[in-house]
Design a protein around this ligand. Structure first.
Ligand code: NAP
Length: 523
C-alpha cells in the first residue's frame, strides 16, 4: 500500500510533488509511514515568493511585532504537542523523553526569542556600537547599523532534530525579519512538515514568511541570490558541497555551516574515584551516550580521565550503561530507542568497526536482547571503547560515529590531555569536571580557542547545569574548524547572521534621526 505524499508549502500554497516520492519509515517496526517529493515543484517561483512577499511583510513589522508573532507560533505548537510526540516516536524511534529534547527544546527556544525580541520594541534597525567622530568638528560622525537582509534564509537541516533544528534557526531569522524556507533531512522530514503546516494553517505568519519543501535537495542552492543566506546542519562532506557552491563562492551568499564534531569530556587531574567531579563525569557521559541514541552533534565522543582512575571510570560508566534497556520506545521499560534509519544503523556499525581497529571494547550493550524490537530494527545498544595509549591513536581522534559510542582515554598531564583534545581540530563543546575553580578557569581559556562552548561543571552547579549536549538559546552553538566554523544562537547575537551591517557617515543631525529608529542589542 502506498502511503500519503506529504504536500510542500511553497509559493504561498500547498503543492504535492509528482511521482511516487521517497518513503519515510518507522525505524523500529520497519513500516512505511508517509512519502515526500518536490518533483515538479517550481523552485524559482517559491524562492521569489518568499523573498518578495514574505520579506516585505516581515520587514514592515517592528521587532516587537515579530517577537509577538513568535509567541503565537509557540501557542500553535503547544496545542499540537501530542501529535508531534506520536510522529517522533514513529519516525525517529525515540523515547518520549528523547522526543522532548527535540520538540519541547524547539518550542522553548522560540519562546526565548519571543521574550528577548519583545525587549527590542518598535525599532526597525539595530544600532551597532557608539558613534565615532570622523572630523575635529563633532558634526561629522559614523554610526554602524544593522538592517534585515533583503533575501530568504534557506535552512538545510540534519535528521536528528526535525523540530529543534527548524526553530533554533527560524526564531532568530523571523525575529530579524527574514523569510524562511526549510528543507528538512528526508529521513525525518514528517515532523518538520507537520509543524510548519500547523503554523501556516493557524494563519499566524504572513504569506511567504515560512515555507517547507521535503525531498530531494537538487537545485536548491542554485536558487540563492546575493542577499540570501543559507544555514546548513549536517555532515562535513555535504558542508563542503554547500561551501563550494557558486552561490557562496561567486554570489557571496552568506553561509553558516554546523558540521560534525569529536566532542570531549575532561576530568580534572586530581579527581579521585568516587569524588564529586568523577561522579558528575560518569553521569554525564552515560547521558550523552544514550540520549537520542547518541545522535547529537554535541554528544561526548572522547572521555579524558587521569590515568589513575581509568579502570575505575570504565567500570563506573559500564555499570550505568548496562542498566540502559534498548528497544521499542512504545514499551515503558525502554530507556533508549532506535537510530533513525537502517542506513544510520549501517553507518554506526561501520564506524564502530573502524574505531575497534584501534580501541578495546570496555562495554558492549549489544550482547543483551532488545526489548520489543527485532534484530532487524535500527536499534543499536551503547558501546564504550577504551585505549590505554591514546596519543598513538589516529582514528579515535578523527572519526565521528553518530550513535551511542564513546571512547575512554587516560592522560598523564593536563598539557597532554589538551593536546589530544585539540586533535579533534575544532569541536562544538568540551565539558570539564573539576572541584577546583582555578583549574576550570585556566583550561577554559585554552579550550575556548578550539570550541564553541565550554561546559564547566563543579559540585556547586551539579543540580543546576543544563547538560553537556543540550544547546541552550542563550549560549553560542557552533564550533571552529572541523565543526564547520558556524555560529548560531548565543542569545540575540543570533540576529547578526540575518542582518547586514553598514556604516552611515554623516551629520549628527541625520544620525540622531536614524538612532531614533534603532535599538542597541542588549548583549
Ligand atoms: P547530511 O547527509 O549531510 O544531510 C544534511 C542535510 O543536507 C539533509 O537535509 C540532506 O538532505 C541535505 N543534503 C544532502 N546532500 C546535499 C547536497 N548535495 N546539497 C544540498 N543539501 C544536501 O547529514 P545527516 O546525515 O542528515 O546528519 C548527520 C550529521 O550532521 C552528523 O555528522 C552530525 O555531526 C551533523 N550534525 C551537526 C549538527 C551541528 O549543529 N553541528 C547538528 C546535527 C547534526 P537529504 O536528507 O534529503 O539527503
Amino acid at each position: 500500500m502506498t502511503t500519503e505524499l506529504l504536500p510542500n508549502f511553497f509559493a504561498g500554497r500547498w503543492q504535492t510533488g509528482t511521482g511516487a516520492g521517497i518513503p519515510l519509515f518507522d525505524p523500529v517496526l520497519g513500516t512505511e509511514l508517509v512519502r515526500v517529493s518536490i518533483a515538479g515543484v517550481d523552485l524559482a517561483e517559491g524562492f521569489a515568493f518568499a523573498r518578495e512577499q514574505g520579506g516585505q511583510a516581515l520587514r514592515a513589522m517592528t521587532y516587537a511585532q515579530r517577537a509577538a508573532m513568535l509567541g503565537k507560533i509557540v501557542e500553535v505548537l503547544q496545542a499540537h504537542r501530542d501529535e508531534y510526540y506520536a510522529i517522533s516516536t514513529a519516525n525517529s524511534g525515540t523515547t518520549t523523553r528523547d522526543s522532548g529534547v527535540d520538540i519541547d527544546g524547539g518550542i522553548y527556544t522560540l519562546g526565548y526569542f519571543a521574550k528577548q525580541g519583545a525587549a527590542l520594541g518598535e525599532a526597525k534597525c539595530l544600532l551597532d556600537g557608539q558613534r565615532i567622530r570622523m572630523a575635529k568638528d563633532p558634526a561629522y560622525q559614523t554610526q554602524h547599523i544593522q538592517v534585515p537582509t533583503e533575501g530568504v534564509a534557506l535552512f538545510i537541516n540534519a535528521f536528528n532534530f526535525p523540530s529543534w533544528g527548524l526553530w533554533e534557526k527560524a526564531a532568530p531569522a523571523l525575529l530579524a525579519g527574514v523569510p524562511v524556507i526549510v528543507k528538512p533531512a528526508t529521513a525525518t522530514a514528517w515532523l518538520t512538515q507537520r509543524m510548519v503546516k500547523d503554523v501556516v494553517d493557524a494563519g499566524v505568519v504572513p504569506a511567504g514568511a515560512l515555507s517547507v519543501i521535503c525531498g530531494s535537495s537538487a537545485g536548491l542552492m542554485d536558487q540563492l541570490q546575493p542577499f540570501d543566506v543559507v544555514s546548513f546542519t549536517g555532515s562535513a562532506e555535504t558542508g563542503r558541497i554547500i561551501r563550494s557552491h557558486p552561490a557562496v563562492s561567486e554570489r557571496s551568499v552568506r553561509c553558516n555551516i554546523e558540521a560534525d564534531s569529536i566532542n570531549s569530556a575532561l576530568l580534572a587531574p586530581h579527581a579521585t574515584e568516587g569524588s564529586e567531579a568523577f561522579n558528575l563525569l560518569v553521569t554525564e557521559v552515560v547521558r550523552e551516550m544514550t540520549q537520542k541514541s547518541g545522535q547529537k552533534c554535541t554528544a561526548i565522543r572522547r572521555i579524558f580521565v587521569p590515568r589513575a582512575v581509568y579502570d575505575a571510570a570504565a567500570a563506573a560508566i559500564a555499570a550505568k550503561l548496562c542498566k540502559t534497556s534498548v528497544g521499542n520506545p512504545r514499551n515503558e521499560s525502554v530507556r533508549m530507542g532506535a537510530l533513525v534509519s537502517s542506513e544510520q544503523k549501517a553507518a554506526v556499525l561501520a564506524g564502530l568497526a573502524q574505531l575497534k581497529t584501534e580501541a578495546d571494547v570496555l562495554f558492549d550493550g549489544n550482547t543483551a536482547a532488545l526489548v520489543d524490537a527485532a534484530d532487524t530494527s535500527a536499534c543499536v545498544a551503547p558501546v564504550l571503547l577504551g585505549h590505554r595509549q591514546p596519543e598513538q591513536a589516529q582514528v579515535l581522534h578523527s572519526v565521528e560515529v553518530f550513535g551511542p559510542v564513546a571512547t575512554l582515554m587516560p592522560y598523564d598531564s593536563t598539557e597532554q590531555a589538551l593536546a589530544m583534545i585539540r586533535r579533534g581540530e575544532g569541536s562544538l563543546v568540551c565539558s570539564v569536571y573539576s572541584e577546583d575553580p582555578a583549574f576550570t578557569a585556566q583550561v577554559s581559556l585554552q579550550l575556548a580557542a578550539w570550541h564553541g562552548r565550554v561546559h564547566a561543571i563543579s559540585p556547586d552547579v551539579a543540580a543546576l547545569h543544563s547538560g553537556h549536549g543540550n544547546v541552550m538559546p542563550m549560549s553560542l552553538h557552533g564550533g571552529p574548524g572541523r565543526a564547520g566554523g558556524g555560529e548560531e544562537l548565543g542569545g540575540l547575537r543570533a540576529l547578526n547572521f540575518y542582518h547586514r551591517r553598514a556604516a552611515i557617515q554623516g551629520s549628527s543631525q541625520a544620525l540622531d534621526l536614524l538612532a531614533a529608529q534603532g535599538v542597541t542589542l542588549p548583549l
